[in-house]
Design a protein. Structure first.
Lengths: 80, 495
């Protein structure tokens, strides 16, 4: 137990309330759009599976799917 | 820039996986003394007022005592005796200075006797260490308060479902003390003036007989000097036509999500009614009639959870599934979840159920420098006029994956906190698992529902990026696999 936390909470007027990068109202839209972009880029890569297309299509697709999945989880109520 | 972020996330992932994050501690301190221990006779109770409040379905006792140092040396340890049965049921033990609220720092320890030796008597002690030693002949006014759970017994033990319920409570007309008490009185506060039985004892001075009954209040005393350890057993039987709600186990989960900006609450209750049993089979027809003609009953038929402002997505389930008899009312200042259990709960009946809700993280979470601070109520059970008692409470604060340097502080009585630990739990999209702070407490009551729990932790950006990084890596592995497969020549050779 750390009693200084009590004062820290009550005196930290400067401490800002935590706000997420994407608010609850926009999580579905952001997640859906990112997953859609990820799907489109995956399609682009699937058309021409070359080493050059890995960074051109694969990396942006991977990033879009990664963040899209996290936000879609949150949007459906599984707050990860 | 992106590469450094990913590398940092990798390193953080490895370091967390290697680190041993499990830690445990015991919160409530205990003092071990030999079984022959007797408190030194260094204090006198110059004046003592003992208030036993039976207005709710648990017992609240307050002892306001003016202590005087009767020894030639400064003293700072005051002992309060209890029987071993009382020690099992006691909770929320707190001490303050009644005259000067600015005096803080009373340390309370439950005294444990050496288990290797047989106990000579049933008496055990709470030790109150004063913030500053009391000089010889000096006085200090202590306000000692505590609760007894499961101390009220229904009499008769079985009644009809439309009958009134009566409870009994056994106590001592003299306040138990390890020191001589020069002047004292005991007040019993009851929920109504319907008190069919109570112990009468011989009075003194102008009063021929104690107690003095004034409406719903009984007063034993004032008594002249009483020696240390004196007791005068007494019993009171009074009307309490309300449920005796006892929560044997409350598991409260608070789950913090930085990605979702959410704090999710879930509470799982194992609830019992410790009042009078039904003497005959429950009749749904009689119940419906009584609800129409005289709605006052000792059965538990509804509960009201007052939640923080901004709470939403409330749910109420039990072992069968969703219970549709609930209402969730949201205003700007608060949110109220009103529940009706699947059946009215009578004496000796059990009703396990779960409630949960979400709230925005901005209402509970702050960022202060490199630290995150979370402030939530320690318990948030139903707000019932008749009260609720909690025997075992497990509060689990599930922090984001990768949170470290976890620390906490609670304004809940320190004597009720049994232990705390920091562990790991794995759930959706987790790789190394989320940091979980578990605090176990016992013998709490609903009066302590506004006590706060503040948790601080550190959470790096690399740790926050772990989840998308793991998905990104998996996706890239699939892409590389697709590319490698495309390089394989699986056509038939013409040779």
């Amino acid at each position: 137990m750390d009693s200084s936390l009590h004062e820290l909470w009550h005196t930290t007027a400067s401490g800002s309330p935590f706000q997420p990068a994407v608010g609850k109202g926009s999580q579905f839209l952001v997640g859906f759009v990112l997953l859609l972009i990820g799907l489109a880029l995956t399609g682009g890569f699937a058309f021409n599976r070359s080493l050059v297309n890995l960074p051109v299509y694969g990396v942006p697709a991977g990033l879009a799917v990664a963040f899209g999945t996290v936000y879609m989880f949150c949007a459906v109520g599984v707050y990860v | 820039m992106k590469f450094t972020g990913i590398a940092a996330a990798c390193l953080s992932l490895l370091s967390t996986a290697c680190a041993n994050t499990s830690a445990a501690g015991s919160a409530s301190s205990k003092v071990v003394l030999p079984s022959t221990f007797k408190p030194p006779q260094v204090f006198n109770n110059a004046n003592l007022v003992h208030i036993i409040s039976l207005e709710k379905n648990y017992v609240k006792e307050s002892i306001n005592v003016l202590i005087e140092n009767a020894s030639p040396d400064p003293q700072d340890e005051y002992f309060l005796p209890f029987t071993s049965e009382q020690m099992e049921k006691i909770g929320g033990f707190e001490v303050k200075d009644r005259k000067n609220s600015g005096i803080v720092g009373f340390t309370i320890d439950a005294v444990e006797f050496d288990p290797s030796r047989q106990l000579d008597s049933d008496i055990q002690f709470y030790r109150i260490k004063l913030p500053a030693p009391l000089s010889p002949k000096d006085q200090q006014t202590l306000g000692i308060s505590f609760y007894y759970l499961h101390a009220l017994k229904p009499l008769p033990a079985s009644i009809e479902q439309t009958d009134k319920q009566y409870l009994t409570y056994a106590f001592s007309a003299y306040c138990h003390s390890a020191y001589p008490t020069l002047k004292q009185k005991t007040e019993i506060k009851l929920p109504s003036a319907d008190v069919p039985d109570y112990t009468k004892i011989a009075g003194n001075g102008e009063t021929k007989e104690f107690p003095i009954k004034q409406g719903s209040k009984l007063t034993y005393g004032p008594f002249p000097e009483v020696p240390a350890g004196a007791s005068s057993p007494a019993t009171v039987r009074y009307e309490f036509n309300k449920p005796v709600t006892h929560v044997s186990q409350l598991e409260r989960d608070v789950e913090v999500s930085h990605w979702g900006g959410n704090v999710a609450f879930e509470e799982r209750y194992t609830l019992f009614h410790y009042g009078a049993k039904l003497s005959s089979q429950f009749s749904r027809v009689k119940w419906a009639q009584s609800q129409y003609f005289s709605p006052q009953t000792f059965a538990l038929k509804e509960m009201k959870f007052v939640l923080g402002a901004g709470s939403k997505d409330a749910y109420f389930t039990d072992v069968i599934g969703n219970v549709s008899t609930s209402r969730f009312r949201v205003t700007k200042r608060e949110a109220v979840l009103e529940l009706k259990p699947r059946y009215p709960i009578f004496g000796d009946w059990k009703y396990p159920f779960t409630v949960g809700w979400n709230a925005d993280s901005s209402n509970y979470l702050k960022k202060s420098g490199s630290k995150f601070l979370l402030k939530v109520p320690f318990i948030e059970g139903p707000k019932q006029a008749e009260g609720v008692e909690y025997e075992h409470v497990d509060v689990r604060v599930v922090l984001p994956e990768g949170a470290e340097a976890v620390n906490f502080y609670t304004t809940a009585p320190e004597t009720s906190i049994i232990e705390h630990s920091v562990d790991i739990v794995r759930t959706y999209l987790d790789t190394v698992g989320r940091t979980v702070l578990t605090i176990k407490a016992r013998n709490l009551v609903d009066e302590l529902r506004d006590r706060e729990l503040i948790v601080s932790y550190e959470y790096s950006t690399a740790a926050a990026l772990r989840k998308p990084f793991v998905i990104f890596t998996s996706t890239m592995t699939v892409f590389v696999g697709m590319w490698l497969l495309s390089k394989l020549d699986v056509s038939f050779s013409t040779k």
